[in-house]
Design a protein around this ligand. Structure first.
Ligand code: C5P
Length: 418
């Protein structure tokens, strides 16, 4: 995304009391370098880690610290009135909890309650705190409310332990800020059909063949499209994820079920994003009961191909923009090009599925976007939610965005996917 987005934008950088507060100094410099007008708020504990004078010098503005002690009356209102975006980095467990609960007992929590502009929070804390059920539920509450809460990074923590809790990398925080500032309802009028997750192909009543897909990429695409104004139907195989807000979710198990669910809604859609890791093979003769150990003769492992959903929908396309995903190893670009042609797609997202950088299950992803018309675009490793926004930007740029027609989905069933 172009850094011009930051030019002249007013950002309120709030620094809470984590050891990662020192990284906010570099973040402030990057924001100022790219033309943002940054005001800083520090909590009393953050001021113990980094002297407010550091932020004052680099921002060229007085730093706000207290609700009452500073000369200015009602600093929480002044601070937020002047901001296009509030960035909390680092956001501590305390700060996330207070914001989720709507508490207002100091300057930071009060201004978060007063803010009417977008809020981005970049957490930093110990891994056990991030994983605590109380925090998990606070993060869900905040996200549900539209606050962008970034995922902390894995790595060595100040406690000496290794885990998930590091402040997200500077480029990730900047990308989230820019995405938020640039976000328009630029997908309003589009009807987006997204497939996600793995499929399950039964061997018998209790056993099945599946794959390592977590569904995170597809859910991120569905969430991003809905936030940008599209009507979204998410057809998902079994995952552990909750349906994103304002998305109609349909649960399926097998490739066959996914095919029917997508086929039934395809004429409604203006864009299909096929992120699902559809099983390519299924047992030809699954057993209806449970196969007993001593009865095993290998027969259920006689496999047949599943329908290629994307290829079959591509043959039926009338106006839809088609986006496919390609999980590849070896020559990623050559394999991706082949898929683009074979399935007659508008864009293919190529993911590497081998080695430490594998896309499967991870919260982050690195990809190549290969549009039908145009050059391949290498996208750096980003959280999947931010990658989803990049994908939507690229589809707008390279896919011919169709005009919405009056068709409505026939099955508007809203189910929560567990
Ligand atoms: O051919 P390959 O499986 O690599 O293609 C990947 C793309 O095709 C993905 O977008 C995936 O969702 C889709 N696909 C499908 N039906 C299958 C297998 C893959 O629609 N049976």
């Amino acid at each position: 995304m172009s850094r011009n987005v930051l030019q002249g934008r007013r950002i309120l950088l709030c620094v809470a009391g984590s050891i990662a507060a020192y990284k906010a100094v570099s973040l402030l410099r990057a924001l100022v370098r790219d033309g943002a007008e940054v005001s800083v708020v520090v909590t009393p504990s953050a001021a113990r880690f980094v002297a407010p004078l550091t932020f004052e010098t680099l921002s060229g503005r007085p730093v706000r610290q207290h609700l009452f002690a500073d000369a200015e009356p009602m600093p929480h209102l002044r601070a937020t009135e002047e901001a296009d975006l509030v960035l909390v980095a680092p956001a501590t467990a305390n700060c996330l909890a207070k914001c989720a609960l709507g508490l207002a007992d100091d300057l930071l929590s009060t201004l978060l309650l007063a803010a009417r502009c977008p809020i981005v929070m970049a957490p930093a804390m110990d891994g056990d705190m991030w994983d605590h059920p109380a925090l998990v539920s606070h993060v869900w509450t905040l996200r549900d409310r539209g606050v962008v809460v970034l995922e902390p990074e894995e790595g060595s923590l100040a406690s000496g332990l290794v885990g998930k809790g590091r402040l997200p990398a500077e480029h990730v925080v900047l990308e989230a800020v820019m995405a938020c500032l640039a976000r328009r309802r630029d997908w309003a009028g589009q009807r987006v059909l997204v497939s996600a997750g793995p499929t399950r192909e039964p061997l018998d009543a209790v056993r099945f063949i599946t794959n390592a897909s977590s569904g995170k990429m597809g859910y991120a695409v569905a969430e991003a499209a809905a936030q940008r104004g599209a009507e979204v139907v998410l057809v998902s195989g079994p995952t552990a994820l909750a349906s994103p807000p304002n998305v109609t979710s349909v649960s399926v198990l097998t490739a066959e079920e996914m095919w029917h669910a997508l086929d039934a809604r395809f004429s409604w859609a203006t864009v299909l994003v096929m992120t699902a890791a559809v099983g390519d093979f299924r047992p030809r003769h699954p057993c209806s009961g449970k196969i007993k150990k001593h009865e095993w003769n290998g027969a259920p492992l006689d496999l047949e191909r599943t329908p290629d959903i994307l290829e079959s929908l591509s043959r039926k396309r009338t106006h839809q923009v088609l986006v496919g995903f390609a999980a590849e190893s070896g020559d990623l670009l050559a394999n991706g090009r082949k898929k683009l042609r074979q399935k007659d797609l508008d864009l293919v997202v190529i993911n590497r599925v081998t080695g430490a950088q594998s896309a499967c299950g991870s919260d982050t992803n690195e990809a190549i976007f290969l549009p039908r018309h145009g050059q391949a675009i290498q996208v750096e490793r980003l959280p999947k939610r931010l990658l989803a926004d990049r994908l939507l930007d690229t589809v707008r740029e390279y896919g011919v965005m169709p005009l919405p027609s009056p068709a409505r989905p026939q099955n508007k069933e809203i189910r929560r996917i567990q």
